[in-house]
Design a protein around this ligand. Structure first.
Ligand SMILES: [Zn+2]
Length: 200
């Protein structure tokens, strides 16, 4: 991927001095919420505070892709409040950036529901039991209720009559970040990959 540079550095000279203490907005700076940060390639990277987003824009490290109409003001400067920013230079991320597998994360992915019977989940279950060569991976671990977990024992699904409600998959790392960040701003949606694995 070729980094996308900013043509010239003329804009840097016009960058307002950054002293956040001098900026104010209705409801205070902490009320501004968060912004989605995109890579130069427009792939979502993470969710940052608006304060962080504005700092990156003022340092010419990012540009504003979407704004919500609100402004922050100092005596001399008015800045738009970004809801989506894009890094000027491409940041290399690990090729397979995976969400770490944990009990809590599996429960979140599966909506805290047993993936066999849809009752509230209490355990995690290895679809192919570890004693039968099953791996401890997103694709082989599901949330399950105590009853299904006990009924299944160390057997394969084909030996139990149980069926998965949907195939377990690793959550998309970028979407996972957004989902765990709480609410999703409508202006973020065009940049988010579609993924069924996002917890409700
Ligand atoms: Zn169950």
């Amino acid at each position: 991927m070729v980094p996308i540079g900013r043509a010239g550095s003329a804009s840097a000279a016009k960058t307002p001095r950054l002293d956040f203490a001098r900026y104010t907005t209705e409801g205070g700076l902490e009320s501004l919420g968060r912004a989605l940060m995109l890579n130069a390639s427009f792939e979502p990277l993470c969710v940052v505070s608006v304060r962080r987003a504005v700092v990156l824009v003022l340092k010419s490290k990012a540009e504003i892709v979407s704004r919500n109409g609100a402004e922050i003001r100092s005596e001399r400067t008015t800045l738009p409040v970004p809801t989506v920013i894009r890094l000027v230079h491409y940041v290399r991320v690990p090729y397979r950036s995976r969400v770490p597998l944990s009990r809590r994360a599996v429960f979140a992915r599966d909506g805290h529901r047993c993936q066999y019977c849809n009752h509230p989940a209490e355990n995690i279950d290895h679809v192919v039991p570890r004693s039968r060569g099953g791996t401890h991976t997103w694709e082989n671990v599901v949330a399950s209720c105590r009853s299904c977990n006990a009924h299944k024992e160390d057997r394969l699904l084909s030996e139990t009559g149980l069926a998965l409600r949907r195939p377990p998959v690793a959550p998309h790392a970028a979407l996972w970040l957004v989902a765990t960040a709480g609410s999703i701003d409508p202006s973020w949606e065009p940049f988010l990959p579609e993924d069924d694995a996002v917890p409700a």
